[in-house]
Ligand binder design. Structure first.
Ligand code: RTP
Ligand code: MG
Length: 143
């Protein structure tokens, strides 16, 4: 299994509910290590650019509106099989379909306000990390 990096967002609903620490705890308990993190209030342009792949989807405007509704935490997680592992911790997009014990089953209210984002592939992770972080902001573990 390869050491990977993935990109994650604690979305505005979860930040508003004071769940940042609880969500980071799940990442750490699963062996994913934080190598970068910051709080941001996304601009409309940042949110539209980040979700550009969904531009033609019916939920795009609602998604951008939600993602700019309050601050988010953006982070880079590193670990063995990090992309898949993070998606497993998150659970299905729709919390009604998410397995018990996943972040979305426990913390998401709806498919629209679903607590977390996680990259869906190594390639999208690299693009998403570069969208929010410079190389100098990444802090590889030295111990
Ligand atoms: P994400 O990108 O946020 O990690 O979520 P995902 O991969 O599980 O889902 P994706 O298909 O990439 O969709 C991105 C976000 O758009 C919202 N969405 N709403 N109403 C709907 O049918 C619908 N479908 C997707 C969700 O907030 C989803 O996380
Ligand atoms: Mg996605």
């Amino acid at each position: 299994m390869a050491l990977e990096r993935t990109f994650s967002i604690v979305k505005p609903d979860a930040v508003a509910k004071n769940l940042v620490g609880a969500i980071y705890q799940r990442f750490e308990a699963a062996g994913l290590r934080l190598v970068a993190a910051k709080m941001l209030h996304l601009s409309q342009e940042q949110a539209e650019g980040f979700y550009a792949e969904h531009k033609e989807r019916p939920f795009f405007n609602a998604l951008v509106s939600f993602m700019t509704s309050g601050p988010v935490m953006v982070q880079v997680l590193e670990g063995e099989d990090a992309v898949r592992k993070n998606r497993e911790i998150m659970g299905a997009t729709n919390p009604k379909e998410a397995l018990a014990g996943t972040l979305r089953a426990d913390y998401a209210d709806s498919i629209d306000e679903n607590a977390v984002h996680g990259s869906d592939a190594v390639e999208s992770a690299a693009r998403e990390i570069a969208y929010f972080f410079t190389d100098a902001e990444l802090c590889p573990r030295t111990r």
